[in-house]
Design a protein around this ligand. Structure first.
Ligand code: KG4
Ligand code: ZN
Length: 380
């Protein structure tokens, strides 16, 4: 596959995202940069998103089989909503872009099959993309990011990944560090589950943390003082479990009855808020420390943060403060685009078509790739 034959003209790209528990469809018009350079320009013509949070809440996490069935039910109605909002029909599409992976196999298959079907029926080109590339490049959709230039650093923090990367160009990602066990989002989710705060845990922990004292409990900051840029969050989860058990024992009640409504919880609201604040502080401190170490080690002065955890306000404030003290800048995705969506996938496709420092879209078969390493992208 080569670049768009109409290179130079704006293109309308349909983005399809079904890698986990959000069905996202979006139609973007992406225009190439003008003669003065800079980034391509994007206009969101239509977007439709369905979150399966309510479906999975009962089980405390994503149930893969339910996820794929729900994507199947939602994808076509959402496509229709998206096109109606854009006042376009299928013939108006120039490109179809889809998340190939990583993610849940069955969930990915729904999006990839839809994309293949549309591309074949409409005789339009199809581009397969890495989900994390969508997250990584989403801050460029924010008008405040126009000063961002390659190479820059990226902190990717989602439910499944925690990585620090050097971004040398679109499609050129060098892994500098990653978690050796749980992801940061997973640490939020598992801690929330132990506290009976429901799913997804990140927003719940952030909310309870705002009423708590971060210094009441001393949670570990794993690998913080190692020179490597790797992370580890599994020990934090164990420490939260131990703390919750201690608090439960002290209250004389079992922790088993705790649920998202607070019913029969052995923990007082104060305990929950203080544990939530302590957990959030530990995660934020490690993420900020390693991000600053990466800036210092590489000498780069621009840092992008993306993925679901980048919605966390405490993390945003701490990163901004620490980066400013080094004369570095931090860039975030627009808040509505922090979690999974179709816009970021269409945008990543647009950047692959139009960005000057891009690696051309990958040739070869487009298929569901549940396990797929972002740093291996350039080699494919
Ligand atoms: O990127 P994303 O939508 O899905 C994955 O690709 O994993 O990220 C979801 C993760 C979940 O772990 C969720 O708890 C976390 O992002 N998250 C947050 C916040 N909002 C979402 N974590 C901390 N603070 C938040 N405000
Ligand atoms: Zn994601």
């Amino acid at each position: 596959m080569t670049r768009d034959p109409q290179f130079g003209k704006p293109v309308r790209i349909l983005g399809i995202e079904t890698s986990c528990d959000e069905t996202g469809l979006a139609l973007l018009e992406v225009s190439p940069p003008g003669p003065e350079g800079g980034w391509p320009a994007a206009r969101i013509l239509g977007q439709a998103l369905h979150s399966q949070i309510d479906l999975h809440r009962l089980y405390g996490g994503v149930v893969p089989e339910l996820a794929s069935r729900d994507h199947l039910l939602r994808a076509l109605p959402l496509l229709k909503t998206c096109l109606t909002e854009a006042d376009c029909d299928l013939q108006d599409l120039d490109w179809i872009a889809v998340t190939e992976g990583p993610g849940l196999a069955g969930a990915l298959l729904v999006g990839v099959s839809l994309a293949h079907g549309l591309a074949a029926a409409l005789n339009k080109p199809l581009m397969g993309l890495h989900h994390l590339e969508g997250h990584l490049l989403s801050p460029l959709l924010d008008p405040h990011s126009s000063s961002l230039r390659f190479p820059f650093l990226a902190l990717l923090v989602s439910g499944g990944h925690t990585q620090i990367l050097q971004v040398d160009g679109v499609g050129q990602y060098r892994l500098l560090g990653e978690t050796i066990d749980d992801a940061a989002g997973e640490a939020f989710d598992k801690s929330a589950q132990l506290l009976g705060l429901g799913y997804p845990g990140g927003p719940a922990i952030a909310d309870w943390a705002s009423r708590g004292r971060a210094d009441r409990f001393d949670f570990p900051r794993p690998l913080k003082h190692r020179a490597s840029l790797d992370f580890s969050f599994a020990g934090l989860k164990t420490s939260v479990l131990t703390q919750v058990q201690k608090l439960s024992a002290a209250s004389g009640l079992s922790n088993r009855g705790a649920d998202a409504t607070g019913r029969a919880s052995p923990l007082s609201d104060e305990d929950r808020a203080d544990v939530a604040a302590g957990v959030q502080a530990a995660i934020v401190e490690v993420l900020v420390h390693k991000s600053m170490a990466a800036l210092d080690q590489t000498g780069l002065r621009q840092l992008v943060i993306s993925g679901g955890v980048s919605a966390n306000q405490a993390l945003r404030s701490a990163l901004l403060k620490e980066a400013a003290s080094r004369g570095a800048e931090v860039f975030f995705p627009p808040p509505s685009l922090c979690t999974d969506n179709g816009v970021m996938m269409a945008w990543a496709a647009g950047l692959r078509l139009f960005s000057p420092e891009t690696t051309a879209p990958r040739a070869g078969r487009i298929e569901a790739r549940p396990r797929w390493d972002l740093a291996s992208l350039a080699a494919l």
